[in-house]
Design a protein around this ligand. Structure first.
Ligand SMILES: Cc1cc2nc3c(=O)[nH]c(=O)nc-3n(C[C@H](O)[C@H](O)[C@H](O)COP(=O)(O)OP(=O)(O)OC[C@H]3O[C@@H](n4cnc5c(N)ncnc54)[C@H](O)[C@@H]3O)c2cc1C
Length: 362
C-alpha cells in the first residue's frame, strides 16, 4: 500500500522507480499530486512501496556544522545569500549537471536540470509552490552512472526520495536541501495567477525580489513594463503561504526535520543574523544559513570557500530565529473550511475572504 494523503509528500520516488511506468501522479481536490497505481499495468513487484522514504529511514550522518554565508559575487536572482548559485557554479565548472526547481512557460514549478551557467538563473530563487519532480530522479541516475558530477537540490522530502530511489551512495552526487516552511498547492498558485494576474503577459515572478531593500518583497513583472510589488504578507497568495492556509498535509507533520536530513548541505535564510553573525550582518548583504552535514558537505564548503564570506555560528541561535529547521509549522485552523468553500464559491471570493478575515495561526 502506498501511504495516505496525510503523510505522502509527493516526492515521486515511487513513480520514478516503477519498472513498467504504472504510477501516475494525480491531482487531488486541494491541488497536490499523489501517486495512483494503474492496475492494468502494475506487475505487483512492490518496488513503489519499498522506495517510499517515509516508510523506511535511510542511513544518514548526524554530523552538523552551522555557518552564516554570503556570496562574494552579486547573485541578483538568489533569495538569500546566493550560496546555492556558488555551489552550482562549482559543479558546472567541473562539467557537472545541476537539478533544481524552475518555472515552466506557464509559471508552473517543475524540477529540471541544467548543464550551463547561462541557464542557472532558472533554478535560482525560491518558488513558494510545490515543485513537480517528474522523472528527474531517473535522469539524475543516468548522469551519475555515466560518472558525471550531479548536484540535486530540493526540499528535504524530495532529497530523501532521491536518496531512497538511488539506494546506493554515489561519490559524484551532491545533495542540497532547504530549510523548508512547507509547500503550497500548485493548483492554488495556478488559480491565483489566472484570477489575479490574468491577461497581464507575465515576464517574470520573484517570490523574494532582491531589488528592494526589504528582505521580503513579492514581485511580478508584466509585459507592459508595469510591475506588481507587494511586501509580505500583503498579497492573498503570500498571506496564505505565510499563515499555512494551503500547505500540503504532510508539511504540518514533516518527517524530515532537524538531524533527519539526507543532504550534504542544507540552505536557508539567516533570520536573526544581527544577533549571531554581526560582522556579516554589517555588510548589508543578504545572508544564508548553511548547515554542513557529513564529510561531503565539508568538502564542498571547502571547495567554494574562496567565493564566499562566512562565519561559523551557534546552532541554537540559528534555530531560535528559524524554527523551521527542527519543527513543522502548525496547520491553520481555517484550512479545512478554506478548501470546503472552494468547492462552492469562486476562487477570487474565497481567497480574498480568508485574506481579509486574517486568520493567523499564532
Ligand atoms: C517552499 C520553500 C520554503 C522555504 N522555507 C524556508 C524557511 O522556512 N526558512 C528558511 O530559512 N528558508 C526557507 N526556504 C529557503 C530559502 O527561501 C532559500 O532558498 C535559501 O535560503 C537558499 O537561498 P540561496 O540564495 O542560496 O539560493 P536560491 O537561489 O534562492 O535557492 C534556489 C534553490 O532553491 C530550490 N528551490 C526553489 N524553489 C523550490 C521549490 N519549490 N521546491 C524545491 N526546491 C526549490 C532551487 O532548486 C535551488 O536549489 C524555503 C524555500 C522553499 C522553496
Amino acid at each position: 500500500m502506498l501511504p495516505g494523503e496525510n503523510v505522502c509528500t509527493g516526492c515521486g520516488a515511487c513513480k520514478n522507480i516503477c519498472p513498467v511506468n504504472a504510477i501516475k501522479m494525480c491531482t487531488n481536490f486541494e491541488g497536490f499530486l499523489y501517486p495512483g497505481i494503474q492496475d492494468e499495468k502494475c506487475i505487483h513487484c512492490k518496488r513503489c512501496e519499498h522506495v517510499c522514504p517515509i516508510k523506511k529511514n535511510i542511513e544518514n550522518d548526524e554530523y552538523e556544522e552551522y555557518f552564516a554565508v554570503q556570496a562574494k559575487t552579486d547573485e541578483k536572482e538568489s533569495t538569500s545569500g546566493g550560496i546555492f548559485a556558488i555551489i552550482a557554479k562549482y559543479v558546472l565548472s567541473q562539467g557537472g549537471i545541476v537539478f533544481g526547481a524552475a518555472f515552466d512557460k506557464n509559471y508552473k514549478v517543475i524540477h529540471k536540470y541544467i548543464a550551463k551557467e547561462e541557464q542557472l538563473y532558472q533554478l535560482q530563487g525560491s518558488k513558494y509552490v510545490q515543485s513537480e519532480i517528474k522523472y528527474t530522479f531517473r535522469q539524475a541516475k543516468n548522469f551519475l552512472d555515466k560518472g558525471k558530477m550531479v548536484l540535486f537540490s530540493g526540499t528535504p522530502c524530495q532529497i530523501a526520495g532521491l536518496r531512497k530511489y538511488l539506494s546506493v551512495t554515489y561519490e559524484n552526487l551532491i545533495c542540497v536541501d532547504l530549510i523548508c516552511h512547507g509547500v503550497p498547492a500548485p493548483k492554488i498558485w495556478k488559480m491565483y495567477l489566472r484570477t489575479f494576474h490574468k491577461n497581464k503577459n507575465i515576464k517574470s515572478i520573484r517570490f523574494r525580489d532582491n531589488k528592494y531593500m526589504k528582505e521580503k518583497v513579492f514581485s511580478i513583472q508584466y509585459g507592459d513594463s508595469k510591475r506588481y510589488v507587494k511586501e509580505y504578507p500583503n498579497d492573498p497568495y503570500i498571506w496564505g503561504f505565510c499563515y499555512d492556509l494551503f500547505l500540503r498535509k504532510s508539511c504540518y507533520n514533516c518527517m524530515f526535520k532537524g538531524v533527519v536530513s539526507y543532504s550534504d548541505l542544507t540552505l536557508g535564510d539567516a533570520w536573526g543574523a544581527e544577533n549571531y553573525a554581526k560582522s556579516l550582518y554589517r555588510r548589508k548583504k543578504r545572508t544564508s544559513v548553511v548547515i554542513l552535514r557529513g564529510e561531503k558537505g565539508v568538502q564542498i564548503f571547502d571547495q567554494i570557500s574562496n567565493n564566499i564570506e562566512y562565519q561559523k555560528v551557534d546552532k541554537s541561535q540559528v534555530i531560535k530565529y528559524n524554527p523551521c529547521i527542527v519543527s513543522s509549522v502548525s496547520c491553520n485552523k481555517e484550512r479545512e473550511n478554506f478548501f470546503e468553500e472552494l468547492k462552492k464559491h469562486c476562487f477570487r471570493y474565497v481567497l480574498k475572504k480568508y485574506y481579509y478575515k486574517g486568520v493567523i495561526n499564532k
